[in-house]
Design a protein around this ligand. Structure first.
Ligand SMILES: CC(C)(COP(=O)(O)OP(=O)(O)OC[C@H]1O[C@@H](n2cnc3c(N)ncnc32)[C@H](O)[C@@H]1OP(=O)(O)O)[C@@H](O)C(=O)NCCC(=O)NCCS
Length: 180
């Protein structure tokens, strides 16, 4: 992981031993990743001007970009990026300075901007643009650019939010096995 994980201003990412990180990623600075999560090829996670936190059993899929906004006089906390447990971030997503709860699916190519709060159990459709400071309500599907609250999730979709995370824990264990 020599070139994959790097320090910034003396802060080195803290990554649980059970986490899978593809060698092509770049993870820098104040980034913490908890148990059984996975980070797939070509992900950039830059915890330089604020912190990035990724909970347990979450997966960040190929080509996604994670970044943050610095603290300022007007915005003393800045916008860190906080991702909860059992979150699926699809291919090529952009997550910037936002806060995601637990059991969320961010569809491929979605963009989630500063100050957004996504409550637990939310499905964000592929290609959705979530503008700054919006709050996405638990139990709903959001789609579109700019996003619209489309409809409540059905039982199968609610179950899939957790199942998707489970699938990725199994897959990352297979990759870890292969690497040993
Ligand atoms: C939104 C989604 C869940 C489908 O929801 P759905 O309600 O079953 O959608 P349907 O296929 O029944 O389509 C309903 C309408 O929404 C539209 N639609 C579907 N997905 C859409 C999306 N992501 N953004 C905007 N509109 C979408 C369809 O074109 C259809 O429009 P119409 O009624 O005018 O024909 C799915 O398309 C999606 O985006 N999944 C994300 C998958 C993903 O990225 N996974 C992570 C990587 S593995």
């Amino acid at each position: 992981m020599k070139n994959t994980v790097g320090s910034f201003k003396g802060i080195f990412p803290s990554i649980d031993k059970s986490v899978y990180i593809d060698a092509s990623c770049r993870i820098v600075g104040d980034v913490k990743i908890e148990k059984d999560s996975s980070v797939w090829p070509l992900v950039a996670a830059r915890g330089d001007v604020n912190k990035i936190r990724i909970g347990a059993r979450s997966n960040i899929q190929d080509g996604s970009v994670l970044h943050v906004t610095r603290k300022s006089e007007k915005n003393p906390d800045g916008f860190p990026l906080i991702i909860g447990d059992d979150v699926t971030v699809g291919h090529k997503c952009m997550l910037h300075g936002c806060q995601l709860g637990n059991r969320i699916l961010v569809g491929m190519g979605a963009i989630v901007m500063d100050g957004v709060v996504v409550e637990d159990d939310v499905f964000i459709g592929a290609g959705t643009l979530v503008p700054p400071n919006k709050r996405l309500e638990s139990g709903f599907l959001y789609v579109g650019n700019p996003m619209q609250k489309k409809r409540p999730l059905n039982d199968a979709e609610m179950a899939f939010l957790k199942q998707s995370a489970v699938n990725y824990v199994v897959l990352k264990d297979e990759y870890l096995e292969e690497a040993n």
